[in-house]
Write a protein that binds this ligand. Structure first.
Ligand code: 8YV
Length: 328
């Protein structure tokens, strides 16, 4: 009997994908709730045919060397592959799969949720209830006002699949104007009448600044002291991509000195962020544990795509979604 391919998964994935994978492969899943360390990952991948990783795992030469010559595919349960050294994989003929498109709508939905939660001050409103407003603590004047999306200018940094999905949704909120900043002008901007602009103009003119771009070393720390200083004092900043885009000390200063009104973050550095982090204590900052793609339907679809990427990779067939090698 020929041996079944061996897969190491840094975390589980929903059963539609996991079941598919287990029909053909022996899958070992990192058994602990905590995130696997780089050293532990090195030890776990020895001799495997495929690695199923998550956006938070770094896949570099050390991991690839540890895995050895059987390794054919690395598939991440994510669209973003910023921690995967794709060149190093390709040098070893290891293909890299990811999950684009299928999560754009759920991430965009969460971006809208963060825009609303931080502008409409849901955190303070909920705290007011749990702190006992109904127990005679109602104060006249507790209106918890904030900026409104209707008639606003929304600046989208990165008008890719997710950025476009955010703009499509916000059109329904009667936003007056969309600005976008990206490496290049994109033709699909016309669908939402978004105007291509400089980063500076986007910052100074937007009521809502939404980071949707993928992360690469060029944009680490893009949102820093200088950027927050350019924003309106009534501006709301939302990040649904990667925490490294933001200098969190500068964001803290911006939020505590009235440089900007509020922030909504689905991505932080590190992840998960400590409950003792200064940003977590601010009531004008809504922080979520990176749940942009966390709808049942999206996660199930991602799991199937990830499993199919692995299965294709170990058979030497084209991946469903392959990173940067012109397969699709
Ligand atoms: C993760 C993400 O996939 O797709 C990405 O790049 O960051 C997320 O959707 C998700 O959190 C599961 O790890």
């Amino acid at each position: 009997m020929s041996e079944r391919p061996k897969i190491f998964a840094t975390r589980g994935i929903p059963s539609p994908g996991m079941d598919l994978l287990q029909e053909e492969c022996d899958v070992t899943v990192w058994p602990h709730a905590r995130i696997i360390s780089h050293e532990e990952l090195e030890e776990s991948v020895v001799g495997v045919d495929g690695i199923l990783c998550h956006y938070i795992n770094k896949i570099d030469d050390h991991i690839l060397d540890a895995a050895g010559p059987n390794l054919k595919v690395v598939a991440t349960f994510a669209v973003g592959y910023d921690l995967i050294d794709v060149e190093a994989c390709h040098k070893r003929n290891v293909r890299v799969g990811h999950t684009p498109n299928v999560l754009s709508d759920s991430v965009a939905e969460l971006a809208v949720a963060l825009i609303l939660a931080s502008s409409r001050r849901l955190r303070q409103g909920m705290a007011a209830i749990t702190n006992g407003l109904a127990d005679g603590k109602w104060e006249n004047g507790l209106y918890l006002c904030g900026p409104e999306t209707k008639g606003s200018t929304v600046g989208i940094v990165g008008l890719g699949r997710i950025g476009l999905a955010v703009a499509r949704r916000l059109k329904g909120f009667d936003v007056a104007k969309f600005l976008y900043y990206d490496v290049n002008e994109v033709p699909w901007a016309a669908e939402v009448s978004a105007e291509f602009t400089s980063f500076e103009k986007l910052l100074t003119e937007s009521d809502f600044v939404v980071a949707c771009c993928s992360s690469n070393t060029d944009n680490w720390g893009l949102f820093d002291k200088a950027a927050f200083k350019k924003m309106k004092s009534s501006a709301v900043f939302v990040n649904v991509t990667r925490g490294v885009l933001v200098n969190q000390d500068d964001l803290y200063e911006a939020l505590t000195t009235g440089q900007i009104f509020a922030a909504g973050l689905d991505a932080t550095t590190p992840e998960p962020i400590s409950k003792d982090h200064p940003l977590v204590k601010l009531d004008n900052c809504v922080i979520l544990p990176h749940i942009g793609s966390s709808t049942t339907a999206t996660r199930n679809t991602m799991s199937i795509m990830t499993a199919k990427n692995i299965l294709a990779g170990i058979k030497g067939e084209p991946l469903v979604q392959c990173v940067k090698n012109n397969e699709n």
